[in-house]
Write a protein that binds this ligand. Structure first.
Ligand SMILES: NC(=O)c1ccc[n+]([C@@H]2O[C@H](COP(=O)([O-])OP(=O)(O)OC[C@H]3O[C@@H](n4cnc5c(N)ncnc54)[C@H](OP(=O)(O)O)[C@@H]3O)[C@@H](O)[C@H]2O)c1
Length: 248
């Protein structure tokens, strides 16, 4: 049902070279969406009639704005913009975190989301009509984790930023959500499981998830995000939301 509603729409996904962003790109392409994809390394799908793929850093204001313009030129309307690009590091007690590492983290996970959001808001305002913004958040926006001060702070910031934009754009056709996708077994999770206890005391919980296979699959997350964006029956009222656990 959702697939039929989504076919022919255009979505932008940042951080589309691997992990969740790459899986979303592949699922969305299979569902018949046209895609604008970006990441620092080559996005998972090559440039084609239905895909605009670019290598860029989401912290680069000029490149993000130019990418948004090129997507609009190529596809006309961008219906859905997903700010997915993100990093976890630095992971360490705050007392050991270097300021340049903290700044770089905030630059990617918060300023990068700001830049993508701003480009999409401007696009929707310029063309009129509806649009859906999804900023990928995390349970770390709600829960403090020792060792993840930068990540928790930036993801909380993503939630508030998304709520502010929704308040600002309430009179337009833009709908904004910050979505925590659940735990997905990507490179980020592999990196987490290898962390030493002294840098990340909760590490055992994440190793257990691997043993018990309690992850949300990328296919499930893709279906949920398409439903949020394009299925009127699944339209959430909340701006900030968490996807349910796929495996009960
Ligand atoms: N995996 C989970 O369990 C989980 C749970 C909750 C939330 N999340 C969130 O989901 C999103 C995706 O995570 P993931 O697990 O798929 O991570 P991942 O496997 O590490 O992939 C991260 C993606 O972001 C891109 N990226 C990183 N920095 C970038 C930059 N400066 N500019 C452009 N692209 C950049 C990477 O591509 P390049 O390196 O090629 O640039 C890659 O495509 C993140 O926002 C993460 O916080 C993940």
């Amino acid at each position: 049902m959702t697939t039929e509603l989504a076919a022919g729409k255009t979505a932008v996904i940042t951080g589309a070279s691997r992990g969740l962003g790459a899986a979303l790109a592949e699922s969305f392409a299979a569902a018949g969406l046209r895609l604008g994809l970006c990441s620092r390394s080559q996005p998972v799908l090559p440039d084609s009639d239905a895909v605009l793929a670019e290598c860029l850093d989401v912290c680069d204001e000029k490149r993000v704005d130019a990418f948004a313009e090129r997507c609009a030129e190529r596809f006309g309307t961008i219906d859905l913009w997903i700010n997915n690009a993100g990093v976890l590091e630095p992971v360490s007690p705050l007392r050991d975190v270097a300021v340049e590492d903290f700044r770089r983290h905030v630059d990617v996970n918060l300023t990068g989301v700001f830049l993508g959001t701003r480009a999409f808001v401007r696009h929707v305002r310029a063309r009129g009509g509806e649009g859906v913004l999804i900023n990928i958040s995390s349970g770390a926006a709600w829960n403090p984790y020792a060792g993840w001060s930068a990540y928790c702070a930036a993801k909380s910031g993503v939630d508030r930023l998304t709520e502010c934009v929704q308040a600002e754009e309430a009179g337009t056709g833009l709908r904004c959500h910050a979505v925590a996708p659940g735990v997905i077994d990507t490179d980020m999770q592999r990196f987490i499981r290898e962390l030493p206890d002294e840098r990340f005391p909760d590490v055992e919980r994440f190793r257990e998830m691997k043993r018990d296979d309690t992850f949300n699959t990328p296919g499930f997350v893709a279906r949920e995000l398409l439903a949020i964006a394009f299925d009127p029956a699944a339209r959430p009222e909340e701006v900030v939301l968490r996807l349910p656990a796929e495996k009960g």
